[in-house]
Design a protein around this ligand. Structure first.
Ligand SMILES: Nc1ncnc2c1ncn2[C@@H]1O[C@H](COP(=O)(O)OP(=O)(O)OP(=O)(O)O)[C@@H](O)[C@H]1O
Length: 279
């Protein structure tokens, strides 16, 4: 599409964008995420009903809302994971770092290098700890052993796992505890140095100590990355996120700074949800 048309379209749609302008100060920052009037269907069922949002770089954004309201569907749009679903259909526009990621020319593998994902259940490959973290580099065709070793060490350190595994790098990843496996999956994501990390309930299968470790980690990672986390844990959202988006029945009901959402929400539905009155 011609640049002019794209700009004109974005201007038309901009008026509908649901966000607090205070959150977005730097319109031209390279790593921002922008969704405009996004609608998603699975067959005849509409899961997302026209959501617009802007996400500032180097922040943690929490997606909250009751089960089935579309949080994961919306999250998975940012690395095109829904493309795997046969009946998936989408309208609207999603731009990452200024690029429309649903235009035809986009190479999805390239996109996913830039947008890493951590899932609810840790999913290490049945390979060694080292091979798990090196995997993304190797499939990019990188063969320099020194470079790979350095990156693996750096990623394991960033994920706060290095001290626990540095003498066991050849051990199977499946022998690690659940919390260690999740930090390993985070290290695997970090090794390819994405700009954006999507996390879909990354601690829901973990004990409180492992959860705390991952929350600390997320807090540190935002210095370098832009993070979106889906969570059912309200304390977690309020502890680690800068901004919170409340979803309900496929709509974005409220999006604001986390402290505002949790202390002075604008909408009754948000208040009911965060105080446990529904969902
Ligand atoms: N692959 C799919 N095919 C058909 N419908 C789907 C598919 N994935 C999700 N849905 C439907 O889309 C809606 C939104 O689901 P989604 O998983 O995005 O919600 P969610 O808010 O993340 O829920 P939860 O908190 O339970 O994970 C639900 O009604 C769900 O049943």
């Amino acid at each position: 599409m011609a640049k002019e048309i794209e700009i004109a379209m974005s201007k038309n749609i901009d008026t509908k964008i649901a966000y607090n302008p205070a959150i977005i100060e730097d319109e031209n920052h390279a790593e921002k995420i922008v969704a405009k009037d996004v609608k998603v269907w699975y067959g005849d069922f509409q899961a997302i009903k026209g959501i617009s949002i802007k996400i500032k770089p180097n922040t943690v954004t929490a997606f909250i809302g009751p089960s089935g309201c579309g949080k994961s569907t919306f999250l998975r749009l940012f690395n095109r994971m829904n493309d795997y679903v046969e009946e998936f259909r989408m309208e609207g526009k999603i731009k990452l770092q200024g690029t429309n990621i649903y235009k035809k020319k986009i190479q999805v593998e390239e996109l996913r290098k830039n947008v890493g994902m951590v899932f609810q259940k840790p999913n290490p490959f049945p390979k060694s700890i080292f091979e798990n973290v090196a995997y993304g580099l190797k499939i990019q065709g990188i063969t320099d052993k020194k470079f790979i070793s350095e990156r693996v060490e750096k990623a394991l350190k960033q994920a706060d796992l290095w001290e626990e595994v540095k003498n066991d790098l050849k051990k199977s990843a499946l022998a690690l505890s659940g919390g260690q496996q999740q930090r390993l999956c985070i290290a695997r994501t970090l090794a390819v140095e994405p700009a954006i990390i999507l996390m879909d309930e990354p601690t829901s299968a973990l004990d409180p100590i492992s959860t705390a470790k991952i929350e600390d980690l997320i807090f540190e990672l935002k210095e370098k990355y832009t993070i979106i986390i889906v969570t059912h844990n309200m304390q977690q959202a309020s502890r680690i996120s800068d901004h919170t988006a409340f979803f309900y029945l496929g709509e974005l009901i409220e999006y604001n700074e986390t402290k505002t959402i949790f202390t002075n929400p604008e909408k009754k539905q948000t208040e009911n949800y965060i105080t446990g009155r529904f969902g």
